[in-house]
Ligand binder design. Sequence first.
Ligand SMILES: [Fe+2]
Length: 131
Amino acid sequence: MSTLYPGKVGDEFIFTRGHIHAVSDRPEIYVRQSGRGVMLMELEDGTVRAEPMTPNSVVYVAPHWIHRSVNVGAEPLITLFCYPADAGQDYAIIERAGGIRDLIVDDGTGGWKQVPNPRYRFRSTATGATE
Ligand SMILES: [Fe+2]
């Protein structure tokens, strides 16, 4: 279980540090317990998906996807998650690229929107290095 408290830095909603599984073909599921959230996911080639975490839904993080939770509400976002015990976590993959390609920000009408991350540096799939 995880509790992510609400908040923003500027217009950007608070998020977890995020990671890719060290054994990257290991998947994960997230089940939202309460709050309003988005699962922000990215492949190493920069493909991004943002999946709302809605009541009674399960978000599936497929193998090889970098993932982080974002609290887009005013209440704590509580999630339950399950993954294979040997998955491990690599947090540096996000740090090396200056974050995930997109940010989740306040849309000014009580919702959220996905915008390009100006600090993002393309991540080479061959070496894990950035350009
Ligand atoms: Fe994970």
